[in-house]
Design a binder for this molecule. Structure first.
Ligand code: FAD
Length: 408
């Protein structure tokens, strides 16, 4: 047991934890960042980072590092619904493109940035328990690989330890808007499948498929089906994966012309929001909020959590505001931002046919570049679904389509 008290101990050093530690350390706080993994380290994720996440990397001075790895930019999002394709730009207010850096690349870069900022980093350190005194979290107990138990103390323990968060389990936060797993999906990396800067998705009855480029001239290819088929389809993942792509024959041909380089990896995830703070603790990233990966929002959501949580902790540590008031703002801002996307994502993840009004809206968009860009921006997390699907915007798109039909 040591006598030092850190300002914060951050458990989990990937896309939520490393930026949280980095931003706190940049403000001069004493931070201990721990992870049981050693980096570079892969994790289950298809790692598409939409423009809002790219913006965050740029703000933090880390985008050049990602670009220098040769990871190609993605400037076009194409949604193939069978009868028509909606193709648009996801350009946000700042970044105009997305990137999909391998997690071995991205997470290591973020970890190094935390260390460079002055955070003390312990890799290969497993947290076994959260330590509390009088109902308040005061630290963690854990060990290095093969080492003895060590207890460390902090003013705040931040759980950035993912979907199976030990910190969240220990503090039992209120959970809300919970939904069960809806989709099961598997991915692998292909060589010889050029994507020309495009994120392509294919929407078919009870199937969703997508592909996009990453480091080392590889392409991520993913296929998903309803969770109800999870158990049955597990018996032949490759067969079911390829059968899904047969529903998009032109892409299936491109897939067959390339070569699969890796094994299939896949899963299904639960959907929830958790209260992200309490006495002596906070949650960021998947530990506090998780949703199906069909819209690939997890990384930029984790980045936003890191910024919001650090703003709140700074307000508390610097004596300006109470912990509860500052962290309540973090929660409100997070929930307000993510809830419309959470509902949109969990609807998409059912892979059920869209309701008739949405089908009519989608069918009205081909040829309307503004509308298709708008749809790409919704999927990229740039524009809120609440804004895009507002009565006013839907009316505008429908009337533009009617005007075009009338002219022809
Ligand atoms: C199949 C799939 C595909 C996805 N694709 C995308 C995508 O394309 N784009 C996107 O934005 N998001 C995607 N996501 C979501 C995204 O991967 C997550 O939202 C993101 O990884 C969450 O980051 P995190 O830092 O909160 O947690 P994690 O990335 O899960 O990291 C948690 C870390 O905590 C450490 N840890 C856990 N417990 C302990 C402990 N007791 N002691 C020490 N360390 C501990 C772990 O070792 C791990 O390194 C996908 C998710 C899945 C499942």
């Amino acid at each position: 047991m040591t006598t030092k008290t850190y300002d914060a101990i951050v458990v989990g050093a990937r896309v939520a934890g490393a930026p949280t530690a980095m931003l706190l350390a940049r403000k001069g706080y004493q931070v201990l960042l721990v992870d049981r993994a050693t980096f570079p380290s892969d994790t289950i994720s298809t790692h598409l980072v939409h423009p809002p996440g790219v913006d965050a990397l740029e703000r933090w001075g880390l985008l050049d590092g990602v670009v220098a790895t040769g990871c190609p930019p993605i400037d076009t999002y194409a949604f193939d619904f069978g009868p028509f394709t909606l193709s648009g730009s996801p350009a946000g207010n700042g970044a105009r493109v997305g990137y999909a850096p391998r997690r071995t690349v991205l997470d290591k870069l973020l970890l190094d940035a935390a260390s460079d900022a002055g955070a003390e980093v312990r890799q290969g350190f497993s947290v076994e328990a959260v330590v509390s005194e009088n109902g308040r979290v005061t630290g963690v107990r854990g060990h290095d690989k093969g080492g003895a138990n060590i207890t460390e103390h902090a003013r705040v323990v931040v759980g950035a330890d993912g979907r199976h968060s030990l910190v969240a389990h220990a503090v039992s936060p209120e959970q809300y808007h919970a939904k069960p797993p809806l989709l099961a999906a598997y991915y692998a990396y292909w060589r010889g499948l050029p994507m020309e800067g495009c994120f392509e998705t294919y929407v078919r009855p009870s199937r969703g498929m997508a592909a996009w480029p990453t480091n080392d001239d590889l392409t991520v290819v993913i296929a998903g089906w309803p969770y109800a088929e999870f158990e049955a389809n597990k018996k032949d993942i490759e067969g079911n994966f390829l059968k899904s792509f047969d529903l998009a024959p032109a892409f299936a041909e491109r897939l067959r012309a390339g070569a699969r380089e890796t094994r299939f990896v896949g899963t299904a995830v639960a959907n929830y929001l958790r209260k992200p703070y309490g006495p002596g603790w906070a949650l960021v990233g998947d530990a506090g909020y998780n949703k199906d990966f069909i819209t690939a929002q997890g990384i930029h959501d984790a980045f936003r959590d890191a910024e919001l949580c650090v703003t709140a902790l700074h307000e508390t540590f610097s004596g300006g505001r109470s912990f509860d008031a500052a962290m309540a703002d973090y929660r409100t801002a997070r929930d307000r931002h993510v809830l419309p996307m959470y509902e949109f994502t969990t609807e998409l993840a059912t892979l059920e046919p869209p309701p008739p009004e949405l089908q009519a809206l989608l069918a009205a968009m081909p040829g309307n570049q503004d509308a298709m860009d708008g749809f790409a921006r919704v999927n990229a997390g740039v524009t809120s679904p609440a804004e895009f699907f507002s009565h006013e915007n839907v009316e505008r798109i429908m009337s533009q389509s009617e005007a075009v039909t009338a002219v022809h």
